[in-house]
Design a protein around this ligand. Structure first.
Ligand code: PRX
Length: 633
């Protein structure tokens, strides 16, 4: 097992070693895994191209490390503990032995249907064990998984399938979420009607058993295909730098890009970070409430916990079903020891009142975590007092789809915690702050743009099919640095506080969205001439979506028009991208070169109507007054 630091001195020592001799440090961690062939060189890198390779020449299969490696010691221990959407349905479990068998069987079913090493397989599934099993089955045979969050629209799914030229889609019939029964297979059918020519097969997992149409020759029942196979499937030999998965994420321009993670480094870092951040001990029950459609689910529901031989809870439902006590009821019932969720869920549950959390025994909790967006002070204290009862440290973990694992976080019981601070870097992580010119911001009690100056094993390697986009997005702003897109503060003791994105990316309920992406969707409405989208502070969601829209023909019923715009956004992206507020305007404030002055729009959306800065250089300063008036109306 990778190192698990237990004291502040051990953390400091590990950190120092990881900076003085990163290769030695990570080689030591990597040597605790099962390799088919040891690596020749620990690290080769430059951030110019960029070209980063960890454990060069090493051969492995990540599933042998998630599964086979544990069979002798903990074959009968629960690996996946499934909590269904309906609280009256009993839990189901997979021990490591059972999970191993299920993954092998599924891997054989993929192979029998023509999936080979290097092929891309797209997922559009609810949070059921078969999702984790199928993801691991891909990794078993060297196929590359691309999991798409099942809340995205058919159009968004089609875009992702085409970008990665996937050969297969794995979906469910229906998705039970709260009181809803979502026709997942139907969305896949609609997506495939949009010209996804690369798809040869669709595996449909029978989840609710509801009626679906099956297209002959293309659609097959997951259950039948898998049941017909043997439980023996040798693990494909993968190079440390072979792709493990693609995961799409939004940026400030264009369509979402496919972040690529590779086998060796991702394995080492997710296991190492899981063990340290959650201080997981043998026999603990760990629960991360994320969806596997996001990176948090990849790294800290599936790979990290299984690599560490943990019991990981998979939850199908939503925090408020059947009532806002669900999270705490499950923590009590399953005796959860580590609980990891998003600030938006904490705020939403906090707003429902203390009675929901006070009802349950949460004494099993040892560590509680937060991820995905800044956690405000009020929510931090509520989480600390009401959920953690003042004695479960909060790990406010900062990281990104691109970083693969948690980079900045307190270590529970080891480093201190401070509300709103992600605190200190993990061993092996070297964050720095720079100003807008790229000049290093030194010392403490300072603010700047958050960059990382040295590679860590689970960093992204490229963006699928477009390496130049990866270079431009992350490595071209500042020489020899990975730029995160976030602004941060470093306090007098050297703790980091993440302020938020400094680019045109907004974070809505922990979901990352490009403003350009939402604008492009809105612009699909035939009566929209132009739109501008900005984020504004929202009590529950963290940020809400505010859309300013210029229309072509006057509309009689503004509310009806707004509804049409929402429907277009749901069609193009999904419900998570629906604007919270829509304001019709006759113009957008623009610079003389025609660029939208988002700074002004952001301020107005936040309720600020004075101190808008210098507007005299605008092409159309008169429009500002109209925008303010409309916002106040
Ligand atoms: O702005 C930061 C915010 O979420 C962004 C990354 O989003 P995504 O790739 O979807 O990954 C989310 C889950 C890892 C970051 O650029 N963010 C993430 N964690 C935190 C955070 N902001 C503040 N505090 C955090 N703990």
């Amino acid at each position: 097992m990778t190192l698990q630091v237990k004291t502040l001195a051990e953390y400091q020592d590990a950190y120092q070693k990881s900076v003085d001799d990163p290769e030695g440090f990570w080689a030591e961690q990597a040597s605790t895994f099962q390799w088919k062939k040891k690596w020749d060189k620990t690290l080769e890198w430059n951030f110019k191209d960029p070209d980063v390779k960890w454990f060069v020449g090493g051969k492995l299969n990540i599933t042998e490390n998630c599964l086979d490696r544990h069979l002798a010691d903990r074959g009968d221990q629960v690996a996946i503990l499934f909590e269904p959407n309906d609280p009256t349905t009993p839990n189901t479990t997979y021990t490591y032995k059972e999970l191993h068998a299920a993954v092998c069987q599924t891997a054989n079913a993929l192979k029998a249907n023509g999936i080979e090493k290097g092929d891309r397989v797209c997922f559009y599934m609810p949070m059921v064990p078969e999702l984790a099993i199928s993801v691991l089955a891909c990794a078993r045979i060297g196929a590359i998984h691309s999991v798409v969050f099942a809340g995205f629209s058919a159009q968004a799914l089609a875009d992702r399938i085409k970008d990665a030229t996937c050969k297969m889609v794995i979906c469910s019939d229906y998705n039970s979420r709260g009181a809803k029964n979502i026709p997942v297979k139907k969305v896949v059918d609609d997506a495939l009607d949009m010209g996804c020519d690369s798809i040869e097969t669709v595996f449909v997992h029978k989840n609710t058993g509801g009626e679906v149409e099956m297209k002959a020759g293309r659609d097959k029942w997951w259950n039948e295909e898998v049941d017909a196979q043997s439980t023996d499937c040798p693990a494909e030999e993968m190079d440390a730098e072979d792709m493990l998965f693609i995961l799409y994420t939004s940026g400030s321009t264009g369509k979402p890009k496919g972040v690529v993670h590779t086998c060796g480094g991702y394995m080492v870092y997710t296991c190492f970070s899981f063990r340290n951040v959650f201080q997981y001990k043998e026999g603990d029950v760990y629960w991360c409430t994320a969806d596997i459609g996001w990176i948090t689910g990849h790294s800290y529901i599936v790979y990290g916990p299984l690599l560490a031989g943990a019991t990981t809870v998979m939850f199908e439902g939503v925090p408020t079903y059947p009532d806002p006590g669900r999270f705490w009821e499950v923590c009590d019932k399953l005796k959860v020891n580590q609980f990891y969720t998003a600030p938006t869920a904490i705020r939403a549950l906090m707003a429902k009142g203390d009675q929901w959390v006070d009802k349950y025994d949460l004494s099993s909790l040892k560590v509680i975590g937060s991820v995905g967006e800044p956690i405000n002070e009020e929510a931090w204290h509520w989480y600390d007092e009401k959920v953690g009862k003042g004695n479960s440290p909060i790990v406010d973990t900062w990281w990104q789809t691109e970083t693969g694992g948690i980079l900045i976080t307190p270590l529970p019981g080891i480093t201190d915690t401070k509300p709103c601070f992600a605190s200190y870097p993990m061993p092996g992580v070297q964050p720095i702050l720079v100003d807008s010119q790229g000049v290093l911001v030194e010392g403490n009690d300072v603010e700047g743009l958050l960059c990382v100056k040295f590679p860590w094993p689970s960093m992204l390697r490229t963006t699928y099919g477009d390496h130049e986009r990866c270079r431009m997005t992350y490595f071209s702003s500042f020489e020899n640095l990975y730029f995160t897109g976030d602004g941060a503060r470093r306090d007098v003791e050297g703790r980091y506080r993440i302020i938020g994105r400094v680019d045109d990316v907004i974070n809505v309920s922990g979901h990352r969205m490009g403003t350009a992406e939402v604008e492009n969707a809105i612009d699909e409405h035939p009566n929209v001439v132009e739109s501008a989208v900005v984020g504004y502070p929202h009590d529950i969601k963290g940020q809400g979506i505010y859309a300013y829209i210029i229309i072509n023909e006057p509309v009689e019923d503004e509310d009806a028009f707004r509804k049409e715009v929402l429907a277009v956004v749901v069609r193009e992206i999904g419900p998570i991208a629906k604007p919270d507020k829509i304001q019709l305007v006759s113009g957008l404030p623009k610079t003389r070169s025609g660029k939208i002055m988002r700074r002004i729009l952001r301020k107005v959306a936040s309720g600020e109507t004075s101190n808008l800065g210098d507007i005299s250089t605008l092409l159309n300063p008169e429009v500002v007054e109209e925008v303010i008036k409309g916002a106040l109306a």
